[in-house]
Ligand binder design. Structure first.
Ligand SMILES: C[S@@+](CC[C@H](N)C(=O)[O-])C[C@H]1O[C@@H](n2cnc3c(N)ncnc32)[C@H](O)[C@@H]1O
Length: 481
């Protein structure tokens, strides 16, 4: 039996996010999106209904700018137009939230309000809450570098429990220049039904939390089936990701973007590399081992984005470029982690640190660094050796250039972060992009050269130092020898 009488644990009720570590962004006039809707009395839907350009881009209209004025229907977050809901005590899951009226599919239910904090602060608080013995987790993921903590201050949304078969979902909306998280109905919800969404995170390390959602498709543990957390988690593990290009609003307008150039270099983010495909990657050892027996090696050429890159995790360079085209829209948000597990601060060992490559599991990349010198040593042709070594040198140069650009522009990026400005100077962004692209191209050249030479150039047996005495005296390994 569900009960309704126990006292609520203390928290402060708020219906607007509070900003602790930075100010609320000030929306500039030129950033205000103005739709073309016009209110007509005989057709109320004309006032920012589902066809409104702002609605279509999950952006609320700005009061004073929308021509529909008070009739505008696209200010639901700002006007707190929530569905009626009621708290109740569940069995085993603490408090929960019930629909207190019939809710329609797609309807905005409530905003997930709390304190907007940096991910570092989220990490610190999460640890503190855990050591204070707080059982329930209320920190929700907002984006790669901010979270909403509803532990001490929040709206009723903080009481919505997880379900593996949820009737609600989270969506991100841009409201007056800030991203906010709303809970929306996925289906018609009759009054008296518990509201629930999929927390959509994976637990790693620590104890799992048994899911008591009672759905027929229950995965047994909170969020256990989701891939979302694992993907997004990499962003949380590495401090330097805050300085990735993804996190710097780059250009003031689309016209400024060097899109064509970048798209030619940056691997497509939508090519998903499956676990099976990952197995097809050749590690240095695999490359060298196969060199012992056959020639040419049966290499399956993967799409560019599948080629294992040597990543310098301290700089996070490839991550930066690669993640530049990750769309951070409400649609994606549903699939990403929503609520952050209590033990999300568990630090992986440095060797486990991986960059975030959309659509692929990054952890396998760490071991796949090529030992270029060793590969070169095993190639019979001086030309092939020289080409590979030259490519590696260019790659190293590109890496150190990126490093120095990074050190130079770091103050500008930090200033941007502190003041929450909408953009860093274009010249800074351009230099960073240029250095990233140069590094990316150098990586690409090196790997294509390795693949080409390993697959098609003759090779020497291991330990054959005679090969370096001069091209004329090379001893080649023939097939089957
Ligand atoms: C955002 S709070 C939800 C409100 C919470 N029930 C309360 O009383 O404040 C998230 C916490 O509720 C509990 N919870 C939510 N959904 C659950 C589920 N399906 N099974 C078990 N516990 C759940 C977990 O302790 C989780 O950390």
């Amino acid at each position: 039996m569900e009960q309704e009488c126990e006292a609520l644990p203390p928290y402060k009720h708020i219906d607007r996010n509070e900003f602790c570590y930075r100010k609320h962004k000030k929306q500039k006039d030129e950033d205000i999106a103005i739709c073309v809707c016009q209110y007509t009395a005989d057709y109320p839907e004309s006032a920012c209904g589902e066809r409104c350009l702002n609605v279509l881009t999950s952006t609320e209209c700005t009061p004073g700018y929308c021509q529909c004025g008070e009739y505008c229907k696209n200010q639901r977050f700002q006007r707190c137009q929530y569905a009626k809901s009621r708290l109740f005590k569940t069995e085993g899951r603490g408090w929960g939230l019930l629909a207190d009226e019939n809710i329609k599919a797609g309807q905005f239910v409530i905003e997930y309000c709390g304190e907007v904090i940096s991910w570092k602060e989220a990490k610190r608080r999460s640890q503190a809450y855990e050591s204070e013995g707080l059982k329930d987790a209320y920190i929700i993921y907002l984006n790669a570098y901010e979270s909403i903590d509803a532990t001490k201050k929040g709206s009723l949304a903080r009481f919505i429990n997880h379900s593996c078969q949820p009737n609600c979902e989270t969506r991100k909306w841009t409201v007056l220049g800030e991203v906010r998280v709303g809970i929306f109905a996925k289906q018609d919800i009759p009054a008296g039904t518990e509201l629930a969404y999929d927390y959509n995170f994976e637990w790693y390390g620590g104890a799992k939390v048994r899911c008591l959602c009672r759905a027929t498709s229950c995965s047994g543990f909170l969020g256990a089936k989701s891939r979302g957390f694992q993907e997004a988690n990499y962003l949380w593990e590495d401090d330097d990701d805050r300085y990735s290009v993804e996190n710097i609003p780059l250009y003031d307008s689309e016209d400024d973007e060097p899109t064509k150039y970048l798209k030619a270099i940056v691997p497509s983010t939508d090519s998903t590399i499956t676990g099976k495909e990952q197995e097809n990657f050749l590690s240095t050892d695999e490359v060298l081992d196969s060199m012992e027996f056959s020639q040419p090696i049966p290499i399956s050429i993967e799409p560019l984005c599948a080629i294992p890159m040597e990543i310098d995790f301290a700089k996070n360079d490839a991550t930066a470029v690669n993640s530049m085209y990750v769309n951070d829209t409400q649609q994606n948000f549903r699939e990403e982690n929503a609520l952050i597990p209590r033990n999300f601060h568990t630090e992986p060992s440095p060797s486990k640190r991986s960059p975030h490559f959309p659509g692929r599991k990054a952890k396998t990349q760490v071991k796949k660094q090529l030992n270029v010198a060793l590969i070169a040593e095993r190639l019979a042709l001086a030309e092939a050796r020289e080409e590979i070594l030259a490519c590696e040198e260019t790659k190293n140069e590109a890496a150190s250039q990126l490093d120095s650009v990074y050190s130079e522009i770091r103050p500008a990026i930090e200033e941007h972060e502190r003041d929450s400005q909408d953009s860093v100077p274009t010249s800074v962004a351009e230099r960073w992009i240029e250095a990233c692209c140069f590094k990316y191209k150098a990586d690409f050249d090196l790997y294509s050269s390795v693949i080409k030479n390993v697959a098609f150039a003759p090779r020497r047996p291991r330990g054959d130092s005679a090969a370096f005495q001069g091209d004329g005296e090379l001893k080649y390994l023939e097939n089957g020898q």
